[in-house]
Design a protein around this ligand. Sequence first.
Ligand code: AMP
Length: 513
Amino acid sequence: MTASNENLYALFENRFPADRSWPFIEIPGGRTWSYGDLETESGRIANRLRSLGVSPGDRVAVQVEKSPEALFLYLACLRIGAIYLPLNTAYKAGEIGYFLGDAEPRVFVCDPAHAAEAQGLAQKAGVAHVETLGGDGKGSLTEGAVGESADCETAQAATDDIAAILYTSGTTGRSKGAMLSHGNLASNALVLHESWGFEPSDVLLHALPIYHTHGLFVATNTVLLNGSAMIFLARFDPNQVIELLPRATVFMGVPTLYVRLLEQTGFGAETCRSMRLFVAGSAPLLPQTFEEFKARTGHTVLERYGMTEAGMITSNPLRGERVAGKVGPPLPGVEARVAGEDGTVLGAGEVGILEIKGPNVFKGYWRMPEKTAEEFRPDGFFVTGDMAVIDEAGYVAIVGRSKDLVISGGFNVYPKEVELAIDALPGVLESAVIGLPHKDFGEGVTAVVVGEAGAAPDETGIIAAIKDELAIFKVPKRVFFVDELPRNAMGKVQKNALRERYAGTYDSPTRES
Ligand code: AMP
């Protein structure tokens, strides 16, 4: 008896509409790709990758602008059993060099504009092939795929086989590659599809990046399971979203996108007349945004909570009460509990670290077995690092983070990495990086610096230097100078004191801040 194929693509394929001319992706003012086109295009790219020597288990690293072809590349990797490794488009050469060295992909697909730099990085890391793919779908990858056959038998995969690696930022400045299996992604997509009541007639307005779990897995995988259509925006533009919402039924966004929509005077109930569901997550949705959205549109945003390592973990209900400031009960099949630092499980109403278990929880960090072991309890629960409280009704509220992660505009910034970059600048003695409340970004990355008298660069100089080093979302929006950092008796920097001192920094943020 042959084992059933647990390849995620096989699951999607089973759910594709019988009529393959049904639309999958539409670019506003441009082309529409049907489910039949999806099969053809991803089949050709899959065969192109095979021609480049990509075998099951090989990594394919991808740093490209959002495009339908980028999604076909993701599906092509699934189809041949390769591991898809998407990278944030904001990453700079130094960061990419690390990912290539760590993941050792067989192929690196980059934007045509970065081809020369990518060649150098790839050569250093021993990556066999560099291919290009632009936001317009053009590049050596798709050119090479033209001559390939569109037929591609889906590779056999077991539930535990790795489908994707997504890098999270590391608390020690080193990123960790979260290994997600076909089973992890399939279970989460199936649960979300069911819990959020997807129907074949749904149309998702897709305005998120596709290198992150939210836009790639939460949004795209549910649509693929549903065999329905999505309107695909290259980037979030509030005016374009307002123009297209009347043709959509589902929208997913990080809280910043909801804040931006509410800033538009033309946004209201009329714009949302065809909508059935607004989903928010990746960072806390402020209760004031939740309330304002309800008052303006009549819609109650459904807030859910998740992370790269586990996909979606909790969700407010589709039917039932959606509570502002809470992320809802665990999704079906997911167990959640709150525990102390020592692992003692706490009761309802007590604040502790959220621990979770379920088929959605990742297989571990790529080539970091010790780090992986540290994050799991002996009974298999994963320690999320988020501080939470679970109420009597089973609703989870995220109240903070046990590690001092900053989330700016939905992106995770680990202070250590930014501190190391600042400390390396001439004239800087030490620094502390914190997140401060910011109306637009949720948190604004802020640096507090101790410099050598007269020798340290000023605020503008530090910001300019870090911009060259790190992705823009990690760059401090403000830099403050102090004579010394506040420390506790154990010598640890008291970041809480700094957060309090500079709390009002972004009370009236400018658009550029
Ligand atoms: P990422 O791995 O980039 O998806 O980031 C995961 C982290 O984002 C989680 O560990 C939480 O700290 C945070 N997060 C995600 N969703 C929410 C939410 N709805 N409310 C509060 N924090 C969230």
